[in-house]
Every structure is written in structure tokens, then in C-alpha cells.
Ligand binder design. Structure first.
Ligand SMILES: [Zn+2]
Length: 156
């Protein structure tokens, strides 16, 4: 399973009860995107929670694809957001906390660690490949980004 499949809605049971509907706990499941994140009437919710859900809608579901919200871009945008948080110096635990207050989502820190490790491995492989192909600039870019994710800071 990829990381987005292991990202969940915070307080799922309470939301289902307050909104009087049903959707799974998995944030990127079709019914969750349809019934929670594509909008609706959130008057029954705590305003702070409603804000987070609307932010998910605004920032992760903002593409114009015909297949939206099933086009894969929402998942991709969350992955990019996590990588940016890491480059900004946040630990996996801090990223999980930030995910909660930003988008009302949570994941297990161990899954975030695996996701970051996997990204670093891919960048290493990309750097090696670029080097074999004689593309030094590309190799350096991938290597620097990998180091940035490892150390938690932006490539210089
Ligand atoms: Zn899209």
C-alpha cells in the first residue's frame, strides 16, 4: 500500500455521526472524497474542523481533471506537501501533527518514515541512473534532494 492509502480522517466516527452520512475512515477512498471532502453543509461541525476539511478541498482537490477527485492528483499533492514539510525540518511525528491541524488527517509516524525512506531510495536510484547517463546536473539535483530529505533541510 502507498502512503495515501494509509492516511485517515481524524475523528471519523464523530464526523459520520455529525454529518449523518457514511464514508470510510480512509481519507482517499472514493466515498470519503465524495461525501466529505468535495464539500457540503458543515454547519453541524466544529468550525475549526470544518475549516480543515474545506482546506483539503481547496488545496488538494483544486485540479480541473474530468476524473476529479479520482485523478490521483489529490494523493500526489498530499505526498508533495509531506515532502515539503520534511524539507522544512519537521520530524515524522511533527508532520503527523501538522497533517492533523492542516487537513484533519492522520497517519502513523512509522508509515511516514517508510514513505520518506522510499522517496530517498528512489532519489538515490535516480541520481545513479543520471550519473550513468552522464547527466551530472540531474544527478546532483536528485542527490541533493535525497540528502535534504534525509537531514530535513532544503538543498542548498
Ligand atoms: Zn486531477
Amino acid at each position: 500500500m502507498t502512503l495515501p492509502e494509509k492516511v485517515y480522517v481524524v475523528d471519523h466516527h464523530r464526523l459520520v455521526r455529525q454529518l449523518d452520512t457514511s464514508f470510510p475512515r480512509a481519507a482517499f477512498a472514493g466515498a470519503t472524497l465524495d461525501r466529505l471532502f468535495t464539500g457540503g453543509d458543515f454547519d453541524a461541525l466544529d468550525p475549526a474542523v470544518a475549516d480543515r476539511i474545506l482546506r483539503f478541498n481547496r488545496e488538494l482537490l483544486d485540479c480541473d481533471c474530468d476524473a476529479r477527485p479520482y485523478c490521483g492528483h489529490p494523493e500526489e499533492k498530499l505526498c508533495r506537501w509531506i515532502l515539503e514539510e520534511r524539507l522544512d525540518g519537521r520530524s515524522p511525528e511533527a508532520i503527523v501533527d501538522a497533517m492533523r491541524v492542516t487537513y484533519h488527517l492522520y497517519a502513523y509516524p512509522a508509515d511516514v518514515v517508510n514513505f520518506l525512506d522510499d522517496a530517498i531510495r528512489r532519489l538515490d536510484a535516480l541520481a545513479d541512473l543520471a550519473e550513468v547517463n552522464g547527466d551530472d546536473a540531474q544527478a546532483r539535483l536528485a542527490a541533493d534532494l535525497g540528502h535534504g530529505l534525509e537531514r530535513g533541510n532544503h538543498p542548498s
